[in-house]
Ligand binder design. Structure first.
Ligand code: HAM
Length: 441
């Protein structure tokens, strides 16, 4: 063949896609290793689902009124005429897998994480691609507020560890599907009464998806939304209580957040807690990650009523907003470690409502110190919790209990599950004690 110029046109990667190579590839592997270490130490197991799924999964799961389903899916027919779609997000596929594999028979909640590529036909720009990667985590099968707090803590801690700059956490609650229905009608009435000032897009969605009006950048719409009724003010007692508990746990774990009653997410499955993390190091596409509860999704997909909660963060946006160096140099450069044995299990001996906060603060403190640590998230009795600690192979169990009447709050007993000894100590001495023995081993 002649070495002259080819007559063939040079081909490029499709619009909105990119190749990963060289230094970039090494940075991504480091990030993945750091995420794996944090999530697996908290009891999350890796899951891979197929790159494409039946289109119906997203139509039912993500919601027919969302931008994703209306205009952003890469949908095609296979040779047999079945409609398939390249996954635009990971929550509906993970819930499908939970049902398909009968995971309700496993210990609840089932905690899963993923690092996968997703596809959305969006206008490509910096930080917004048509094929992108998400790091995500889901906990399915428990509605304890500690599930919400654990997941939010994990994402904000991970992003901070990865050096993401200018982080802001916004938090809200959307209530249950029932309370939202009543609210929706009142919001629609408000939008209809001010229809002339709204953008065409928002006007076109009054029936389908009025909540998205809070997201609009259109000046007239923004004006109208300032006097719109707020969902957060109208939660029923049960949802308000749940949200108060989530906030209390975040406060205890030292996670700072802003309450944002206008926070809406671009997917229809959310109920109760929703949150988003943004970085001011990013331009227009400032959302680094977000998520929330989806207590109705599994039912929507044909399963029994099953609560769920999770988040996803954009890998490219984490890289753009971070300095690329993990907080502890060298830490993430190592190969992904084998899942660590569980070092600490925190158990509650007494009323969950009183002790959950103390236990959660201890759990977060242990995780910050890089210990693998878990607590029960499914309302088990003390016996059930100790059984769980045993099944997880916990090295130490910290049992937090109320002091007898007149005492100063609570006390903690640290049990050595291998050596057999146990010792009563102040709760804030537990992590130190476990670390000390850990190093001695
Ligand atoms: P999402 O907010 O649509 O949520 O996406 C999560 C993150 O993925 C965004 O914050 C952003 O960083 C990244 N992302 C989204 N679209 C693009 C794009 N076109 N290009 C680059 N990055 C992008 C979800 O997908 C939910 N499944 C999250 C969840 C999990 N909720 C509960 N569990």
């Amino acid at each position: 063949m002649s070495r002259g110029q080819s007559t063939q046109r040079k081909l490029k990667a499709p619009r909105g896609t990119f190749d990963v190579l060289g230094e970039e590839s090494a940075r991504r592997s480091a990030l993945e290793a750091r995420a794996r270490a944090l999530l697996e130490a908290a009891g999350y197991e890796r899951i891979e689902t197929p790159t494409f799924e039946a289109t119906e999964l997203f139509a039912r799961g993500v919601g027919a009124s969302t931008d994703i389903v209306r205009k952003e899916m890469f949908t095609f027919e296979d040779q047999a005429g079945r409609s398939l779609t390249l996954r635009p997000e990971g929550t509906a596929p993970v819930c499908r897998a939970y049902l398909e594999h009968g995971m309700h028979k496993r210990r609840q909640p089932v905690k899963l994480w993923y690092w996968s590529s997703f596809f959305r036909h969006e206008r490509a720009q910096a930080g917004r691609y048509r094929q992108f990667w998400q790091l995500g985590a889901e906990a399915i099968g428990a509605e304890d507020p500690a599930v919400d707090a654990e997941l939010i803590w994990l994402l904000s801690t991970l992003l901070a560890q990865l050096g993401v700059r200018g982080l802001r956490l916004r938090l809200s609650s959307l209530g249950s599907a029932q309370s939202r229905r009543a609210y929706r009608e009142r919001l629609q009435a408000h939008l209809r009464a001010n229809e002339a000032s709204l953008s065409e897009d928002v006007r076109g969605r009054i029936e389908l998806n009025p909540l998205r009006a809070f997201d609009s950048e259109h000046p007239g719409t923004r004006q109208v939304m300032q006097s719109a009724p707020r969902l957060l003010d109208e939660l029923d007692a049960h949802d308000a209580e749940h949200f108060a508990r989530v906030r209390e746990l975040l406060d205890l774990a030292g996670v700072s957040y802003e309450l944002d009653p206008t926070l809406v997410r671009g997917l229809d499955y959310y109920t109760r807690t929703v949150f988003e993390l943004t970085s001011d190091a990013l331009g227009a596409q400032s959302g680094v990650g977000g998520g929330g509860r989806y207590d109705g999704l599994i039912e929507q997909l044909g399963g029994p009523p099953t609560p769920g909660m999770g988040w996803a963060a954009g890998v490219e946006r984490i890289m753009l907003a971070g300095d690329g160096e993990p907080e502890q140099p060298g830490h993430a450069r190592v190969q992904a470690p084998a899942p660590a044995p569980l070092e600490l299990f925190v158990a509650l001996a007494g009323p969950r409502e009183r002790l959950r906060g103390v236990a959660f603060a201890l759990l977060s403190e242990a995780r910050s110190a890089d210990l693998s640590a878990q607590m029960d998230l499914a309302g088990r009795s003390l016996k059930g919790q100790l059984g769980l600690a045993d099944a997880l192979g916990a090295r130490y169990v910290a049992i937090v209990e109320d002091t007898p009447a007149g005492g100063a709050g609570w006390r903690t007993t640290l049990k050595d599950m291998q050596g057999g000894g146990q010792r009563e100590m102040a709760t804030d001495a537990v992590v130190h004690a476990v670390l000390r023995s850990h190093h001695a081993l």
